[in-house]
Design a binder for this molecule. Structure first.
Ligand SMILES: NC(=O)c1ccc[n+]([C@@H]2O[C@H](COP(=O)([O-])OP(=O)(O)OC[C@H]3O[C@@H](n4cnc5c(N)ncnc54)[C@H](O)[C@@H]3O)[C@@H](O)[C@H]2O)c1
Length: 433
């Protein structure tokens, strides 16, 4: 099939390379000319395991190309045109739909006949219905609109594309879905066909539920700290119940990234403007905001002379396997440490091109740790979870505190090396609040 994917970000690029691999002819459009130029020579602007191989394969096959809209939208509209531009958080907490509107307006001005417009961007409930009206008003054309929310996880995006738990397709008319069924014919996943508003809600509700699980286990971890229970065992015990499942029961300093924080806020906003107070979701967001402050609170107590100390922040990406730093906890933690007077060193194995002021960026974890009195593990990169703790102790100053913000370290090994261990819901020396 002829496919156009608009937006070459984490979602659009993955969609483009995977669809090309499936045999479709794909044009991927992005307004960023540097990104387009890099992609056309096989260089991915994002870190995502396996993406460069598929990019190279797609370009070599002649089924994949990248372009800017400069060539004119008229020639870019395909029988299936997928929108995967950003919908970042607006000041109100709502999803900023300006990128989506810009694209749909450009398409409506250029369209000369009907085509299938597939919305992969996460958009507020009701957006699909509004865009159909807007398209009709501008072009006089009734569009075949399909809401097809994306559920891939950064760091495992390609794997998730082919092994997704489900494909959700929302439309005003089931006949509009025929091209999508063909597009995804090689993906063995259950397909849920529904109306547009329900498909839009499924995306937000999924992310809200996963965020709720994270905030819930973090609350239990905080309780474990207070009562002397161990969150690792508690989470394991809870997760053995098949109704609960062990997934998303890993306590730590909370969720980040480009989706959970913005999508929970957007759903709360959608609820409010529709006259509903989503109390549970408000609490989920509050817990998450508080959770990421825990390392600063505990270290401020342990190091009253913080203004004479160096703190190493290990991990800038919001999770391992990606270079995405959007809404990563490190970016809330670092300014607070700086405000408390600490010198801060920061290290991430992948997310290197990150604007950070007042912080010394270290090229290696050892340089970040040199002379530090505390190290906060903010991202559970495998290399950070398995450090040589004896060497860590030798690099650090006195006292040498390791704050395990992701509960990913072997506490016994850390303590055996003479370091002070602090975790989340793993009570120990820092239990007294
Ligand atoms: N990142 C994820 O893990 C993920 C997962 C599921 C859903 N989503 C949703 O998918 C959407 C895209 O997310 P992302 O992380 O890929 O965003 P992103 O910011 O990485 O990519 C968006 C891309 O769109 C391009 N763009 C913006 N305006 C454009 C225009 N007018 N024409 C052409 N290109 C334009 C940008 O230059 C950018 O490259 C969002 O709605 C997001 O909520 C993201």
């Amino acid at each position: 099939m002829q496919v156009t994917v608009i937006g070459a970000g984490y979602v659009g690029l993955v969609a483009a390379v995977c669809l090309a691999r499936s045999g479709h002819t794909v044009t991927c459009v992005d307004i960023d000319p540097e990104k387009v130029a890099a992609l056309n020579v096989g260089a991915s602007p994002i870190y995502e395991p396996g993406i460069e191989e598929l990019l190279t394969e797609g370009l070599a096959s002649g089924r994949l190309r990248f372009t800017t809209p400069e060539s004119g939208w008229e020639s870019l509209i395909a029988e299936i045109t997928i929108v995967a531009v950003g919908t970042p958080m607006a000041g109100s907490g709502s999803a900023d739909l300006s990128q989506v509107r810009d694209v749909v307006d450009a398409l409506s001005d250029a369209a000369t006949g009907p085509f299938t417009l597939v919305m992969k961007s996460t958009v507020a409930v009701g957006t699909g219905a509004a865009l159909i009206e807007r398209f009709l008003a501008r072009s006089g054309l009734t569009i075949r609109y399909v809401s097809n929310p994306e559920f891939l996880r950064e760091g495992r995006a390609i794997e998730d594309w082919y092994a997704t738990d489900r494909i959700v397709l929302g439309s005003a008319d089931p006949d509009h879905l025929a091209p999508l069924r063909a597009l995804y014919a090689d993906i063995e996943a259950p397909v849920l066909e529904t109306d547009i508003a329900s498909a839009e809600t499924i995306k937000y509700a999924s992310n809200a539920f996963l965020s709720t699980k994270i905030s819930f286990i973090n609350e239990i971890a905080n309780l474990c700290d207070a009562v002397g229970a161990n969150i690792d065992d508690v989470a394991r015990g809870i997760g053995m119940d098949v109704r609960i499942s062990p997934h998303f029961l890993h306590a730590g300093i909370g969720y980040g990234g480009s989706c959970f924080p913005k999508d929970t806020r957007a759903l709360e906003f959608i609820a409010s403007i529709n006259g509903y107070q989503f109390s549970l979701l408000k609490a989920v967001i509050d817990v998450n905001n508080r959770q990421r402050l825990l390392p600063v609170i505990h270290l401020a107590r342990a190091l009253p002379d913080m203004d004479r100390r160096t703190v190493a922040v290990l991990g800038l990406a919001f999770k391992p396997g990606t270079d995405d730093v959007r809404e990563a906890p490190a970016f809330d933690i670092i300014p607070l440490l700086l405000e408390a007077g600490a010198s801060v060193t920061a290290y991430d194995p992948i997310a290197r091109e990150v604007p950070l002021t007042g912080v010394k960026r270290a090229a290696t974890v050892w340089k970040a740790l040199a002379g530090a009195s505390a190290a906060i593990v903010t991202t559970e990169w495998p290399e950070l979870c398995a450090l040589d703790w004896t060497r860590v102790r030798a690099e650090m100053a006195d006292p040498a505190i390791v704050y395990d913000g992701r509960n990913c370290l072997d506490r016994t090994a850390v303590e055996a090396a003479g370091l002070t261990y602090m975790g989340v819901g793993r009570p120990g020396a820092h239990r007294q609040r």
